[in-house]
Design a protein around this ligand. Structure first.
Ligand SMILES: [Fe+2]
Length: 246
């Protein structure tokens, strides 16, 4: 099976369009989504409609997705994140809200596991360190787990009785071969709001037969998204950070 793996779209339809076109060219069997379809960006409904059409779409819920339905999540946010959720509530159809509310807290399949944050706290934890890898080790099965939330593309590699190694993906097209006897946690980066100082949209392709993961970065029309955000009166910080990728 070949999976497109993507996370943290954050209502960025311009980035999503470019990535889905590339994924269509590559041709995949299924789509694994690590959460945060909405929040921050100007086009929640367009993004929801686009992913609703994908065949074999496997989603987990992110903290921004959850904040549509739970006031404790909404209240936990910064002012600018709250403003974007108020905007999202107004610009999302009931059908799309129902669709997002169906996202699972976590996923355990034959080929991989998946959670937005971590298995201890699927919505708030940022899984970033070797120590966190060890803590989460018994919470998922198999050799591969996908996470999102930090908006940084990385791979953690673990061999029994060794400390996991953490490597950030560098470059715009990188393929990693996964080795037998090892366990991995991969973050495909953020499709719609990268935070690794690279402004290009980030996603991956996982081939379960070949045991490879390919990380792809693609440029998209950031200026158009920024104009849309200005028109939507979304906070300026959310717009400028797209240019800087942080
Ligand atoms: Fe996010």
């Amino acid at each position: 099976m070949k999976y497109a793996v993507f996370s943290d779209i954050h209502s960025n339809y311009e980035a999503l369009k470019v990535c889905l076109k590339k994924i269509e060219e590559i041709s995949v069997d299924a789509y694994a989504f690590c959460g945060d379809l909405i929040g921050y960006g100007p086009s929640p409904e367009e993004c929801a409609q686009a992913v609703m059409k994908l065949k074999n779409f496997i989603p987990v819920m992110g903290n921004h997705d959850m904040s549509l339905f739970r006031s404790d999540f909404f209240n936990w946010f910064s002012d600018y994140a709250r403003q974007s959720i108020i905007y999202t509530q107004k610009h999302l159809s009931q059908k799309s809200k129902d669709f997002i509310s169906s996202f699972a807290e976590s996923y355990q399949g034959k080929d991989f596991a998946m959670v937005h944050g971590s298995f201890f706290d699927p919505y708030r934890d940022y899984l970033l360190t070797a120590e966190q890898f060890i803590l989460n080790l018994d919470k998922w099965q198999g050799n591969l787990c996908f996470v999102g939330h930090s908006h940084v593309p990385f791979i953690m590699s673990y061999k029994s009785n060794h400390m996991p190694q953490v490597d950030v993906f560098l470059g715009s097209d990188v393929t990693i071969k996964m080795l037998p006897g090892m366990r991995y946690i991969i973050n495909p980066g953020s499709l719609g709001q990268p935070r690794d100082t690279n402004s290009m949209a980030s996603f991956g392709i996982f081939d379960s037969a070949q045991q490879t993961f390919r990380l792809i970065r693609l440029p998209y029309d950031i200026k158009t998204v920024q104009k849309q955000m200005q028109k939507a009166a979304l906070p300026g910080i959310l717009s400028t950070r797209l240019s800087h990728g942080n």
